[in-house]
Design a protein around this ligand. Structure first.
Ligand code: FES
Length: 132
């Protein structure tokens, strides 16, 4: 049994599909927590109320056994308990998952995104940047 402050206790990871990608997430958790498991930074800092009020976590899906031509269902991921084989077909644009619909963060990238970017112009411009 895995226990943490962030996730409900779980024994194993289960497979779901998110926008055509197979991913493994902790069973027994709300789907938004599973998205956080996949993409800690973007979901933790995302614009989510976590209690069913904002609808920013909305997603569209098919359950295992739904025919491909069946209309998509929709739900709020902060209220929806994940199930094995879930097929998520669309996400509210607020749900950005690294490696799925957002670029993976480069491990070599500085942790502080607010730091000013180094100028890419001439060496003189770089020198001027360093003096300020
Ligand atoms: S996070 Fe606001 S409704 Fe789900």
């Amino acid at each position: 049994m895995v226990e943490s402050d962030l996730f409900e206790p779980y024994d194993r990871l289960i497979e779901i599909e998110v926008l055509g990608r197979r991913v493994s997430v902790p069973e027994n958790n709300r789907l938004l927590r599973c998205f956080q498991f996949l993409s800690l930074r973007t979901i933790s800092y995302g614009d989510f109320c976590w209690n069913g009020d904002c609808t920013n976590c909305q997603f569209w899906y098919r359950e295992p056994g739904d025919p491909a031509e069946a209309p998509e269902r929709t739900a709020l991921s902060c209220r929806f308990r994940v199930q094995e084989g879930l097929n998520i077909t669309r996400l509210n644009p607020c749900v950005q998952i690294e490696g799925v619909n957002a670029p993976r963060r480069d491990a070599a990238q500085p942790a502080d995104d607010a730091a000013p970017a180094a100028p890419e112009a001439s060496p003189a411009a770089a020198h001027a940047y360093q003096e300020t």
